[in-house]
Write a protein that binds this ligand. Structure first.
Ligand code: MCN
Length: 813
């Protein structure tokens, strides 16, 4: 049974902007992150390749083994000697029929390195200092190969990353609808835009890390890892170690951010640490091994994203109506593709945004390079798609001398056209169908917020004072909440408090609060009486993970379904005892109450008592007083079993949710920038956002998510660029050189508003929000700089020195 949205409207907690219950603990330093665990564990460090592309001809570990405090040194040969499963290539996590040449790495390099930072040797020692000292003594001989760095070099295909992958092309992904060639031919106008988006990376505050503990009595493994997907890592590690799943448990402790990168499962380091814990326990050396990534490792050995060259040709009529959108992109994949084509699938499907071109064609080339792997980073290919579409929209507006918002509006999908089916399919065969959305309302709101209509006069007035200001807008639609499933378990304890668990992990999204709000409403309890557990396979073993803004839609719906089952059970149990039919009972104020009777009044039953009655032991433990009580069953008829046929004891239930397809959130950003005429410094004067994630569980959390995403978007637009030299050496692998925006760079003047078009695809009408804030920022900022400067901006990020150079080039003509 599920609640309808009308019932939701009367609920007290869902929709309330309550503060996040997890924050107090985290802000005072009581969080338990990976490195806070396992203080007695041995510590691992890795010898990583200093070469981007080389054959490893010899490895000598003798000197490292001689260092006092070193317990073991492992190479790929040790893995092979142990078992084939553990030495296997890392899994291809999302296969795709157009992924012709999938290549993945190994837990340790088997003979050829494909990027700087690949792990070749693992040292396990009594502490990190000793382990690092020993790493420095490992002697590896390399035979250099020509490195392939950058999209252009990969594209010309003269040197190959993988000998057996011609042209370095992992995949050529293509899809289309309508007849692009015919539409381009007959279009009154055509334009071509070439765009360049640099590599960036997610940069969570906490890097990766894993701590594994082997139990010699039970031959079992428990490991803690800073992950976005504890259930999948658990399954992967169990398979690698050839262990039954029930002998392996995985816990994500507090995770200091993931932003997509921690969804990879397993990472080579996770395999190595888990395997080493077993190996060293069996040798009687130690049962615990831990590894904590340092920031340099994070730069050179985790994952990056973005990184595309794009070519867009559009055909359009005099109103700016898109007749053809012909999109080609080249994507820098790094050395391996564990995540298959997901990034370019997102770019090439979600490039369409809120618009409906008559015809569309996408060709995407996924290219190997001798650089760090590329896996989804917040937005996962969507910022690049939005950049392509929105830059094209601005180019059309400029060409036709029309208002950029008017051109966009001409192309909007209308609310009455929903659900809107493009005739394209996702990688899993599901169609691209937008469920709901009203893009015009969003545009109307943002124009008011940013002062769009008054801006031309402001621009002119600023010009007269020798100042350059510009305005830009960027709209997007984002597939969120994909399946296939997520589950939740909800139990009312005899104290009346609720414990609820999902297998989905949390990295800062406020799940403890927002999921508790859903459960609290369904069970009529105070939100503070609901404890949410995430990412602990001991508590909930089946899950997919936290990515693609799916937590609210997927686990939120599962919590709702499970809590409704518990509510029905509570009504049945209490109703029997109170002599009231269940459909005349409701859950309010921590009680089961006949409709209209106040909680606590005569004839109502505390939820905790219903929990006791549903338990055949009739045993209650009160957390506060630490008192245990055994109630008499009061049932003297011993001829009947205490549990009737068809009944299950305990006020608890497990519920699963599996959606028919993704739900589509949307939004529009607008920004005003000022560029310094002399120094080319770029300042954001005002930023406005209108966002639609359907019904909001917690508007405060939603705004926090959007705000955080915006900060990362500003990084992508103005600061963050992973720079490699032609040898494949990263030039800015530290926070001294890789520029993250500080709080001072994130606009104070941020105006967030919402439109709400509930989704009909899940019981609570929600859509996801976790990635939204980042998606259109580069597009909107580029448009604003272009407006201030008067020449096209085709590259992101754009630094003051880039802008300076562009000005000079523009002046030269
Ligand atoms: N929410 C809500 N109402 C909605 C939708 C969401 O109140 N209609 C709430 C949710 O209940 C949740 C939060 O907003 O508390 C984000 O929900 P959702 O959009 O479902 O996203 P996920 O929970 O799946 O989180 C993943 C998403 C992604 S894909 C990345 S990347 C990302 C992000 O969230 N990484 C983050 N936000 C992050 N925030 C932090 N602090 N750290 C990260 O690593």
């Amino acid at each position: 049974m599920t609640a309808t949205r009308t019932e939701r409207d009367t609920a007290t907690s869902f929709g309330s902007p309550i503060t996040r219950s997890e924050d107090e603990r985290l802000l005072v330093g009581d969080g338990r992150y990976l490195d806070d665990l396992g203080h007695d564990a041995l510590v691992a460090a890795f010898v990583r390749s200093p070469h981007a592309h080389a054959i490893v001809t010899d490895i000598n570990v003798d000197a490292a083994l001689d260092v006092a405090g070193v317990e073991a040194v492992f190479t790929y040969d040790d893995l092979v000697a142990d078992s084939e499963a553990v030495a296997e290539a890392m899994p291809l996590l999302i296969p795709h029929p157009q992924l012709d040449h999938p290549r993945t790495g190994y837990p340790l390099v088997p003979g050829k390195v494909n990027h700087v930072g690949e792990a070749i040797v693992m040292v396990v020692a009594k502490n990190r200092y000793v382990a690092e000292d020993a790493c420095a003594l490992v002697d590896i001989t390399y035979e250099d190969l020509p490195p392939v760095v950058g999209i252009e070099t990969a594209r010309d295909g003269q040197n190959l990353v993988h000998d057996d992958v011609p042209g370095n092309v992992a995949a050529h992904l293509h899809h289309s609808f309508g007849d692009v060639d015919a539409e381009l031919k007959k279009a009154p106008h055509t334009l071509t835009v070439n765009l360049d988006i640099e590599r960036s990376a997610s940069m969570p505050m906490e890097g990766r890390g894993v701590y594994a503990r082997w139990d010699t009595d039970e031959n079992s493994l428990t490991f803690w890892t800073s992950t976005q997907t504890s259930t999948s890592v658990r399954a992967a590690i169990a398979a690698r170690l050839s262990m039954p799943l029930n002998k392996v448990q995985c816990i994500a402790p507090d995770v200091g951010g993931g932003f997509g990168m921690k969804i990879v499962h397993p990472w080579p380091e996770e395999v190595m640490v888990a395997w080493a814990a077993r190996k060293l326990a069996q040798a009687g050396i130690s049962k615990e091994v831990k590894w904590t990534e340092d920031r340099r490792e994070h730069f050179i050995a985790s994952a990056h994203e973005r990184g595309q060259l794009q070519e867009v040709t559009v055909g359009f009529d005099d109103d700016g109506r898109l007749l053809a959108f012909d999109f080609t992109l080249w994507h820098d994949n790094g050395a391996y593709v564990p995540y298959g084509l997901i990034v370019i699938i997102n770019t090439t499907t979600q490039v369409l945004g809120p618009y409906k071109p008559v015809s569309f064609r996408a060709n995407a080339y996924s290219l190997y390079t001798n650089t760090v792997i590329v896996t989804p980073y917040r937005g996962a290919g969507r910022p690049q798609g939005v950049f392509a579409m929105e830059r094209a929209m601005d180019a059309i507006a400029h060409y036709l001398k029309k208002d950029p918002t008017a051109v966009r509006e001409t192309n909007f999908i209308l609310p009455e056209e929903m659900p809107y089916d493009f005739g394209l399919t996702f990688q899993d065969g599901r169609p691209l169908i937008y469920d709901t959305g009203d893009y015009q309302v969003g545009m109307d709101k943002i124009k008011k917020q940013i002062g769009w209509d008054d801006f031309p006069a402001r621009r002119e007035a600023a010009r007269a004072e020798g100042r350059r200001i510009g305005i830009g807008v960027g709209a997007y639609v984002e597939g969120t909440g994909p399946g296939p499933y997520e589950g939740a378990h909800v139990v009312v304890e005899t104290s009346g408090k609720v414990k609820a668990a999902t297998g989905l992990t949390t990295q800062g999204q406020g799940h403890q609060t927002s999921f508790a709000q859903i459960v609290a409403d369904d069970l009529g309890v105070d939100v503070r009486d609901v404890e949410i557990v995430t990412g602990d396979t001991r508590r909930f073993g089946y899950a997919v993970g936290t990515f693609a803004s799916r937590g609210a839609v997927m686990s939120g719906s599962a919590f709702h379904i499970a809590a409704q089952m518990v509510a029905d059970k509570a009504k049945a149990v209490a109703g029997k005892s109170l002599g009231v039919p269940p459909d005349e009972l409701e859950l309010r104020g921590g009680h089961v109450c006949p409709v209209g009777v106040e909680p606590g009044a005569e004839g109502t039953m505390p939820l905790g008592v219903a929990a006791v009655l549903s338990n055949p032991l009739r045993y209650a433990f009160d957390e506060a007083s630490k008192q245990a009580t055994q109630f008499s069953t009061g049932d003297t008829d011993m001829s009947k079993p205490p549990i009737a046929e068809g009944e299950q004891p305990g006020l608890e239930a497990t519920g699963y949710y599996s959606p028919p397809r993704s739900t589509f959130a949307s939004g529009v950003h607008a920004v005003i920038v000022e560029t310094d005429p002399l120094t080319a410094e770029i300042n954001i004067l005002k930023y406005a956002i209108v966002h639609d994630c359907g019904n909001m569980i917690n508007p405060r959390i939603v705004e926090g998510q959007v705000h955080g995403g915006l900060a990362q978007g500003i990084g992508g637009a103005l600061y963050e660029k992973i720079a490699y030299d032609e040898h494949g050496q990263m030039l800015n692998a530290s926070f001294m050189d890789f520029l993250l925006p500080y709080a001072t760079e994130v606009p104070e003047s941020l105006d967030i508003d919402h439109t709400v078009t509930p989704s009909g695809l899940n019981p609570l009408g929600m859509k996801g929000v976790g990635e939204a804030g980042v998606i259109p920022v580069s597009a909107a900022v580029a448009a604003a700089i272009e407006d201030a400067e008067g020449f096209p901006i085709t590259k992101m990020p754009i630094s003051p020195s880039d802008l300076f150079e562009l000005r000079r080039a523009h002046e030269r003509g």
